[in-house]
Design a protein around this ligand. Structure first.
Ligand SMILES: [Zn+2]
Length: 349
């Protein structure tokens, strides 16, 4: 029974625990108690005789069983009051608390590594998760993003094309040429679609699965094959480099990405991925636009077109339409910088 509170550092406390003592080489068991008071720690027989004075030379405790202590050569003491014994004796050398003290320097290193790990996840984890999510995204899911987005676009703001057959054939020829010289489509094949969508003006954009949409206004205002080649080369680059998937996954929360990586694509995620507005509202990053410009210029040149024509298009676009709106009307870096870069790239070909 403990008679005084344990001290703060868990070293030991005054009190006693009841148990049994055995003399060495004897099976005789006597009632005994372990007592700590002002005179120190002692093993006492029931009649008050001091069997041993001082701390035990060793102690063992198997989880769930009694605690066994040896006092010198002569006495063994066991008690079921393990908790009381621990309070009385203080923590044993192998308790977690003393381990902690022994491993203090190592603990600091472990904590430092943990902090570094958290920093690394914060800094590079999202990019890594995005890369893994893209690698794990099944082609069928990417194709259904195209289908879902086209359905939403047709429902919301696109009408069937009114371009003449001649115009359509001309654009399709350029498209086939560019396709033949562009990096391979990562999911299925590149597909060209025409739509009358006055709301987005002269425009072209690509969906992640390889569907490329050209608006009537683009062909009507910029029906030059060299310009179309630059634009289509740029759009196919967005597909081959998986830019929309990068943007889409980057805009999703870590939680959703983890679900995707874990292979648990729930109904909510499917809604997000297939909902038309999700992709339509995304703007490519500056890096993605620059990378698509470089690949587009190279592709247009390889296919036999004048790669500098894309710069003409930008000049006309910024003059006539200003900035704002999706893809070709909200391009960053700013058009002036971009025109310079494209001219430089084209001159290098
Ligand atoms: Zn672009």
């Amino acid at each position: 029974m403990l008679t005084s509170p344990s001290d703060y550092y868990g070293q030991s406390s005054y009190g006693e625990v009841i148990g049994h003592a055995y003399a060495a080489q004897s099976s005789t068991r006597v009632d005994a108690r372990l007592l700590r008071d002002g005179a120190g720690l002692r093993l006492l027989a029931d009649n008050g005789d001091v069997l041993y004075a001082g701390p035990p030379t060793s102690r063992e405790h198997v989880s769930g069983g009694p605690m066994l202590m040896r006092f010198g050569e002569d006495w063994t003491f066991d008690t079921d009051d393990v908790k009381g014994a621990n309070l009385l004796l203080g923590p044993s050398r192998d308790s977690w608390l003393s381990n902690l003290e022994i491993w203090h320097p190592r603990l600091i290193v472990v904590l430092a590594l943990c902090c570094l790990g958290v920093f690394a996840v914060w800094k590079w984890g999202l990019g890594l998760l995005v890369a893994v999510a893209i690698a794990l995204t099944p082609a069928a899911l990417v194709s259904s993003m195209d289908t879902g987005n086209m359905a939403a676009m047709d429902r919301l703001f696109a009408d069937p094309t009114e371009l003449s057959q001649t115009d359509q054939i001309m654009v399709r020829d350029v498209f086939e040429n560019i396709k033949a010289h562009a990096p391979d489509a990562p999911y299925g094949d590149y597909t060209l679609l025409f739509r009358k969508a006055d709301q987005i003006g002269p425009n072209a954009f690509a969906l992640p699965g390889g569907t490329v949409v050209v608006t009537d206004a683009l062909v009507e205002e910029f029906g030059d094959p060299d310009i179309l080649a630059g634009i289509l080369g740029h759009e196919l680059a967005h597909v081959s480099e998986r830019h929309s998937l990068h943007q889409l996954y980057r805009s999703l929360s870590i939680y959703v990405l983890v679900a995707l990586v874990a292979g648990d694509v729930g109904p909510i995620l499917e809604d997000v991925l297939l909902e038309g507005s999700a992709l339509a509202s995304l703007a490519y990053s500056r890096e993605h636009e620059a990378s698509a410009d470089i690949i587009g210029v190279k592709t247009a040149f390889a296919a036999g077109y004048d790669p500098a024509a894309l710069a003409d298009f930008f000049e006309a676009l910024s003059h006539d339409h200003g900035d704002g709106g999706p893809e070709w009307r909200s391009t960053h870096p700013s058009n002036a910088d971009r025109i310079e870069t494209i001219k430089k790239l084209a001159a290098e070909q």
